[in-house]
Design a protein around this ligand. Structure first.
Ligand SMILES: [Zn+2]
Length: 148
């Protein structure tokens, strides 16, 4: 007769690189949650309290959002994305149909404005989710500002 000992219950906690890292954070999940305006950690609480104003903390899990440093990156990304949609469209229409300039501006300017406004909040949320997933700035639990 053999006796099996469950070693998982008696294992002592040993410091390794993995245990020092903290919980695993999936980048794509965090980016998707941020893109849809939800907390990157739990996906439940709202990320924004106004159009572009990130809330202080998550109402569901209590994650502190204040360490985020999205700064100008969301605006830069929106310019890149919208530019890559509107400019080829303008070139294609001008090359093939050559309509009057006033008519073209009446199309491109509202499209540019609308796309920018629609994308700005989701992109900012995605940037905050990205920063949380990669423990950037104060999102790292081992972060200290001693060096400042
Ligand atoms: Zn949360």
């Amino acid at each position: 007769m053999t006796v099996q000992i469950d070693s998982a219950n008696t294992a002592t906690k040993v410091w390794t690189r993995e245990t020092a890292k903290g919980e695993k954070r999936d980048a794509w999940t965090a980016i998707k949650r941020g893109f849809s305006g939800r907390c990157p950690k739990c996906g439940e609480g709202k990320l924004f309290r106004a159009f572009l104003k990130v809330d202080n903390s998550c109402s569901a899990c209590g994650l502190d959002f204040s360490p985020h440093r999205a700064d100008d990156l969301p605006a830069y990304l929106v310019i890149v994305i919208v530019g890559h949609i509107v400019v080829p469209l303008a070139l294609m229409i001008e090359t093939n149909y050559s309509p009057p300039v006033a008519f073209q501006l009446a199309i491109y300017l509202p499209i540019t404005l609308l796309l920018s406004l629609l994308l700005l909040q989701p992109i900012k949320g995605a940037v905050v989710g990205f920063q949380w997933a990669f423990r950037m700035h104060g999102f790292d639990e081992n972060f200290t500002d001693d060096h400042i």
